[in-house]
Design a protein around this ligand. Sequence first.
Ligand code: GLY
Length: 587
Amino acid sequence: MILRYTALLATLLPVTLAAQAPVRESTGFYQFLSDDPTQKPFYSDQPGVIAKNGMVASAHPAASRVGADILKAGGNAVDAAVAVQFALAVVHPSAGNLGGGGFLVLREKDGKSYSIDFREKAPGKGHADMYLDKDGNVVPGASTLGRLASGVPGSVDGMFEAHRKYGKLPWKQLLQPAIDLARNGVVQTEREARGLNAIKKDLLDLNPGTKYFIKPDGSEWNAGDLLVQKDLAGVLKRIQKKGRDGFYNGKTARKLVKDINYKGEGIISRQDLRDYHAQWRNTITEPYKNYKIITMPPPSSGGIALVQLLRATEPFPLRQWGWHSDSAIQVMIEAERRVYADRAKFLGDPDFVKVPAETLMSQSYLQKRWSDFAWDKATDSKNISGGVLPGYESLETTHFSIVDKDGNAVAVTTTLNGGYGSRVVIKGGGFFMNNEMDDFSIKPGTPNMYGLIGNKANAIAPGKRMLSSMTPTIIEKDGKLLMVVGTPGGSTIITSVYQTILNVLEHGMTMQQAVNALKFHHQWLPDLTTFEANAFSEKTIKNLQGKGYFLEQQRNTIGRMDCILVLPDGSLEGGSDPRGDDTSVGY
Ligand code: GLY
């Protein structure tokens, strides 16, 4: 095994790379090699959930239960996905949504794969400098807070399309659990209560005359409180009765457009809603070693970037070096740096810009990208490319993974962008609108609110979809389903999915261990590696800093993965992230 890698390195990589030495014999099992007490492998020791017939892993226990009930009632993975998406809009309002968008990747039991792009679009009146003042300066907050920040929502049409083509149970049945949750109320978890308390001022400022998500007595939310959402139940009921028209036409559409255009603040029109249609797209389906990676194409940057990352580090003996060994971390950081520079330069909505996907993912291109790598010194991000980084996403999004009893698998990542999106709740509708317009580069070449810069490929145009990092992914081995993976986390989505996949495929972790494993992130610019507490040992930190790497321990955690692994005996292991309320429910 080691010889094979060495030979491969010698043929593909510059001499300096091949010269990097020590590898350890693989035991075939995950080994945590560090004897340094300052480094830990896992965020928690939470075990995975094992079941024989079906599994739903999502950000909220109530939503996972809804999905598992649909599977038990004879629904397929798409039916369960539709029910979970609508349930999350009720129980996890910071990211689950009606007023946002997302991506769905489906692998049918026979191996055919499909994806639905239900990403939001810029309204018809959107234009490249809509967030700039008369002097061409960015108006602070305009693309993130309030009515102008929203793209035309895609989630309802995305679910409707998925069900139209692949649903087995009646649409009506799939909406009912969400309606019940909205009408009867949802018991707040500590985390959900904290989230609503944190946005109270924005809720009051941006939604005059309404008290959405404010406790009836005005006090703080606590764990155990019941959140009843009557207006949202009404919207869900209309969607249940009329399908996509229950949202994009009629009463809901009138309410949405009236609220968005309140005092002329927003620009979404009735026509924008009528015109919105989710797109079926060919999945990115690419080999990696003896696996097949099935993932999301543009306007997600995630799929291409994930394949690039896996292939860029494929020739290195990551397994033999050991999980989070100095060498493994260094090549992963350097791969991430180069791949995010490509993301910045080349990726955007494929309906508007030509994305050179095949070249970016080719081994020959990726190996050339290592030409300026040296083991003794960090590459300087400034020397990687003259390009600029496109829109950066905030950390709030949500992902769910589903496998049904026949082996159909669905991965969905869906978002309002920032936590609770634009913080505007549609009056009479009771749902949050997205602030996805900030995922465009609101002024090419100028840092956005996250201190990052964007370029023309991702500039705003009417009807264009903003670039995303969401990376819903399915992996097969020997023609059979192996894994369903995804996470929220803005630009960290791609690196978390990459690391979680490596944790299983290279380091032999269980699904839950791979989710629990501590993560790190580099995105080219800023030239900084962020890491979760204890992910790197002090020795590793010193070693990397000595080579010129900039490192910073994250105050927060990275990712909220919800994944499923098919075990050798065919049973399913759900791995849901202990960093959130995430829960796997199987049967
Ligand atoms: N707004 C998060 C993403 O699309 O990547």
